[in-house]
Write a protein that binds this ligand. Structure first.
Ligand SMILES: Cc1cc2nc3c(=O)[nH]c(=O)nc-3n(C[C@H](O)[C@H](O)[C@H](O)COP(=O)(O)OP(=O)(O)OC[C@H]3O[C@@H](n4cnc5c(N)ncnc54)[C@H](O)[C@@H]3O)c2cc1C
Length: 386
């Protein structure tokens, strides 16, 4: 391929890369988009199962939510969203509790019937009981915020599964606050001005974004394997991992990963009973359940009652997993040591490949929701001269 004919190469067809490519193509620039996967949309990718119509979120549940009107105006040029509002109950001892913790969570757990003021006073007293003023670790911080019972039931085991270590070994800094609502509000994204699920799925949004005569899409292609063929005169936006790009010369940037176990079930059979509960996601709070979340994707499709109401369901159990070099990088571990390693990589990249700019959540070594990835990409593209 003659790479010199492009004004810009974007590596990564996730929301960040697709937004940068779409914005530059709209200005008349010729853009090549490369992704090593055989599909677009990055980690947000979903596709429709032909038999059931269920939209399968390949890398875990994705709910679009934003407070940013600019992002909403931009993304709705490429898709309609349904009116889904996300709620996530947490399962403890077979019973479901609203999460984040609200008035109903508290009353259900303690078997009480408190009103908002009484409950707030009660939780403050529970938190004060342990007398922790300077928490030394995650566990002490959690207890000092909401008291032992709420912390142990809903926060401790879930977090220990996520991090695969005891809460006593985790830093208190990870837990800046535990949201508690003294109301019945069980919306997961309480401050989201806009939220929903794209009616034709996430893959289709990005296909629409890249459907432009100025964009060439090359899937199943790893940038690392073609980097030697890219002339230095062509600017590149790289939305992958910088340590991989530089052959892990300074070491591996740490992440937490995930593993998904999926199965088709029939809701009328005992093994499908959980799906009948009608939730898209259930958090699993107990330590004897190894997975952290169970997903029932069909319940996102509120705009297609025939999909939701069929007896077949696709169930996915999400297990936290250690990250190994070359594996799926999900959540960066942003402590001071890792940030420093990242900064060293950024410097090295500027020295070696001055034409390569980092973008996207992997390139930035940050966790971003989709709307943030789009917002940062819109701002970046607006300032990028190619
Ligand atoms: C489990 C989970 C659940 C999430 N749920 C939500 C949610 O509900 N709502 C929400 O707003 N956000 C959610 N997110 C965040 C969302 O996934 C990200 O915001 C979004 O994926 C960021 O887009 P991106 O383009 O930066 O990165 P990505 O989507 O990761 O895209 C990067 C792309 O670059 C490609 N790439 C990487 N390296 C190379 C290489 N060397 N050569 C070629 N291609 C390469 C990858 O294949 C990938 O397609 C969730 C994230 C996780 C991990």
């Amino acid at each position: 391929m003659d790479y010199t004919k492009f004004d810009l190469i974007v590596v990564g067809a996730g929301f960040y890369g697709a937004t940068v490519a779409e914005r530059k193509a709209a200005e008349g620039k010729k853009v090549l988009v490369i992704d090593r996967r055989d599909h677009v949309a990055g980690n947000a990718f979903s596709y429709r199962d032909q038999e059931t119509g269920i939209e399968i979120h390949k890398y875990g549940s994705h709910i679009f939510h934003t407070e940013d009107d600019g992002v909403w105006d931009y993304i709705t040029k490429f898709t309609d969203f349904n009116d889904y509002v996300h709620t996530v109950p947490t399962r403890h001892d077979g019973k479901l509790y609203p999460m984040p913790i609200n008035l109903d969570t508290i009353n259900l757990l303690y078997g009480t019937d408190m009103g908002p003021e009484e409950a707030e006073k009660f939780v403050a007293e529970e938190a004060a009981k342990a007398g922790i003023t300077e928490p030394k670790n995650f566990e002490e911080k959690g207890i000092s915020l909401v008291g032992e019972k709420l912390y142990t039931t809903f926060i401790k085991n879930y977090s220990e599964k996520q991090w695969n270590t005891s809460a006593e070994n985790l830093s208190a800094d990870i837990l800046s606050r535990i949201p508690v609502r003294y109301s019945h509000d069980d919306r997961y994204f309480m401050t989201a001005k806009h939220q929903g699920i794209p009616v034709d799925g996430y893959g289709k949004i990005v296909e629409n974004m890249l459907d432009n005569k100025n964009i060439t899409l090359k899937l199943s292609t790893s940038f690392v394997s073609i980097i030697d063929q890219i002339p230095e005169s062509v600017p590149v936006v790289f939305c992958g991992q910088v340590d991989e790009l530089l052959n892990y010369e300074l070491g591996v940037l740490p992440y937490r990963s995930l593993r998904f176990e999926a199965e088709w079930v029939n809701e009328d059979e005992p093994e499908g009973a959980d799906s009948k509960l009608g939730h898209a996601v259930i958090n699993e709070a107990d330590s004897d359940v190894a997975y952290t979340r169970t997903h029932f994707y069909k319940y996102y499709q509120i705009h297609e009652p025939e999909v939701m109401n069929q007896s077949k369901s696709y169930v996915v159990r999400e297990y936290p997993a250690d990250f190994r070099r070359g594996g799926e990088a999900y959540y960066p571990i942003n402590n001071a040591e890792n940030e420093e390693l990242y900064e060293q990589y950024v410097e090295l990249l500027h020295e070696r490949h001055p034409n390569i700019m980092l973008g996207g959540r992997l390139g930035a070594y940050k966790y971003w929701d989709m709307d943030k990835a789009i917002r940062f990409a819109l701002d970046f593209a607006a300032n990028l001269e190619v």
